[in-house]
Design a protein around this ligand. Structure first.
Ligand code: 6GU
Length: 250
């Protein structure tokens, strides 16, 4: 998979060299290219923003640098054999970023991210590229960040770990919170490892029982308890037929 990021803060994306994403890059599973938007400015002050039409506070990112940058990045990708680009526009007014959307993005061969600062990018840029390729306007949550770069890090990590061969163990995402299946929409419960006693706290007996049925049952109970406490909205979305009578009495 190829990922391009166009930003006025390229160093903000340095964490893409670390950990899971960094290793995927080193192994050649991910081709990440970060570009400085100011390379596509031609005035003395490298201007990327201007005042909004209609007035109001803040600044809007200009069409010129974005259009020139995206044209060049797309041309470079095509020349290097990439195909099927999609634009990913991080914005607090986008659709919610979910595990389902992470899976959809992970199935695309090439993502081009356009994290913006200020009040966002002139709408005509997004509308024009939308005539040529899929555009995903994505929000990572109901709060406002100063810019989209942190969202690019979040989205990239969620997508990269879904790519074939990136996680050591393909079963690792089978039980993820939000993964489809019997535990769909339940959060994962608590986990434990050695030592068996720490500062007076032991391990739930069932985990030491070796009884796989009872362990699975306990994990589901804990998942439901934690989901009820932290995300009652998710419990409401659960399929009641996925639970038995004991679940509903919790
Ligand atoms: Cl993607 N960008 C910004 N600036 N703020 C956000 C966001 C994105 N998602 C949630 N808040």
């Amino acid at each position: 998979m190829r990922l391009d990021v166009v930003t006025i803060f390229p160093e903000y994306l340095d964490p893409l060299n670390v950990s899971l994403v960094g290793k995927a890059r080193a192994r050649g599973q991910l081709d990440v290219r970060v570009h400085d938007l100011r390379e596509w400015t031609y005035d003395r002050h490298n201007t990327v923003d201007d005042t909004p039409y209609g007035g109001g506070p803040g600044m809007v990112m200009k069409t010129g640098p974005w259009g020139d940058a995206l044209d060049d990045v797309l041309a470079d990708g095509y020349e290097n054999g990439s195909h099927g680009p999609a634009l990913v526009v991080p914005t607090p007014s986008g659709r919610p970023f979910t595990q389902e959307l992470a899976v959809e993005l992970s199935e695309r061969p090439w993502l081009v991210f356009t994290p913006a600062r200020y009040e966002g990018i002139d709408r005509r840029v997004i509308d024009e590229y939308a005539t040529r390729m899929p555009v995903y306007e994505v929000s990572i949550g109901d709060y406002v960040l100063a810019g989209g770069e942190a969202a690019v890090l979040v989205i990239t990590e969620a997508v990269a770990r879904l790519l074939p061969g990136v996680l050591g163990n393909a079963e690792s995402h089978r039980d993820d919170s939000f993964a489809p299946g019997a535990m769909a929409n339940l959060l994962e419960g608590p986990v434990y490892t050695k030592p068996p006693e720490w500062r007076g706290q032991g391990i739930p007996d069932v985990l030491l029982s070796g009884h796989h049925g009872k362990i699975a049952r306990w994990r589901r109970d804990e998942a439901l308890r934690r989901t009820t406490r932290n995300r009652p909205d998710l419990v409401e979305r659960c399929d009641p037929s996925a639970f038995d009578k004991k679940d509903r009495e919790m």
